[in-house]
Write a protein that binds this ligand. Sequence first.
Ligand SMILES: Cc1cc2nc3c(=O)[nH]c(=O)nc-3n(C[C@H](O)[C@H](O)[C@H](O)COP(=O)(O)OP(=O)(O)OC[C@H]3O[C@@H](n4cnc5c(N)ncnc54)[C@H](O)[C@@H]3O)c2cc1C
Length: 389
Amino acid sequence: MDIDLSADDLAFETEVRGFLSENAYTNGANPEEWRMKWFEKAKEKGGWDVPKWPAEFGGPGWTPNQHYIWQKETARAGTPWDMPFGLSMLAPVLMAHGSQEQQERFLPAIRAREVNWCQGYSEPGAGSDLASLKTKAELTEDGKHYVVNGTKIWTTMAHIADWIFCLTRTSDAGIKQEGITFLLFPMKQEGVEVKPIITLGGAHTVNTVFFTDVKVPVENRVGEEGKGWAYAKGLLEHERTGIAGISNSIVALEGLKKRASSVKRGNGSLMDTPSFRSKIAELEIDLMAVEYTELRSLATASAGTAPGPESSILKLKGTEIQQRIQKLTMEAGGEFSAAWGGINSGPDFARAGMGGYMSSRVYTIYGGASEVQKDIITKKVLGIKSTKK
Ligand SMILES: Cc1cc2nc3c(=O)[nH]c(=O)nc-3n(C[C@H](O)[C@H](O)[C@H](O)COP(=O)(O)OP(=O)(O)OC[C@H]3O[C@@H](n4cnc5c(N)ncnc54)[C@H](O)[C@@H]3O)c2cc1C
């Protein structure tokens, strides 16, 4: 694939850099005010606040190279805090399968970052085998509401979410992928209870969510009853592409090299030692290979096609690379990384070393575990059929 930048691309790159530096955070500014202003300014640029949305829904309609430039430049310059659930996961589902009324009702608030969404897919007995989900949605006799009962788990940011997009079971007939229905409902209502889960990295990001007789109007169902699995799968492909985080890894790797150069070893630095250097070189080569895969996926996306099973390659390799960067960062901090946030006499970056490493364990689990991605790649990308009878 040709990724040489044309004169137009170079002009775009300059424009993006200009925008990012003009709107960069300045010390002392109110972070939330800055964040909202940033998105407003990005919107004025012609849909830069929703870079992945198609032009017909107000996105910028960029070429693959423009997306590539945007990702690289924003990874370097940093952008305001944002949540992917509404913007990058639910929005494409609504655009493809939602009614016009749902699109008009939900998309503007998602775009304005006014409503936080969370993703209610996984359950205690349904993670990798998501189609086994049991949260029940029963239609009331008058056909006006669903009544939802069940439990979701690992629900990221459920404690601050306003709404949830939720997979529910409306029928047990047929194979388990049938009878799944995609519902939208508010989190702050009677019958919804959120309990925190503290992760290995010491953070509260995930939760268990219990539903007891939660009433959901039928107009909050996306698409047809029982067809939710097809919509959910499409959403996962968007999620997996996002999780890969290639541009961020490129920036993180540069940072790691600088850090390793600041750690003394003998007469030189850690970066001069052959064993550490070769780990960095292997990482860099793998990262370049995934970067090319991402470019192929961007080309597909900008041709208007949703990401396909190849998003599993990005998810698998991209998350492994993120973990390797965290592991080498911890290694570069040496024994000081073990202090984990305490006061120590080692390099500053070492303080976050252990926490970052622990937190990075989840990358190869959420959004579909690595083993499951390998299964998808085997069947859908390589076309290898199972020999199991
Ligand atoms: C930090 C974090 C945030 C998350 N956020 C959300 C969220 O917001 N919303 C949401 O719905 N879910 C969320 N999840 C859930 C996530 O998608 C699941 O954890 C994931 O799909 C794995 O499911 P599981 O945890 O039930 O593990 P299991 O499915 O029980 O898997 C356990 C192990 O068995 C392996 N395994 C399972 N099946 C196979 C197979 N067929 N072949 C080979 N090996 C297999 C897995 O790879 C894994 O190593 C989050 C998870 C984490 C850790």
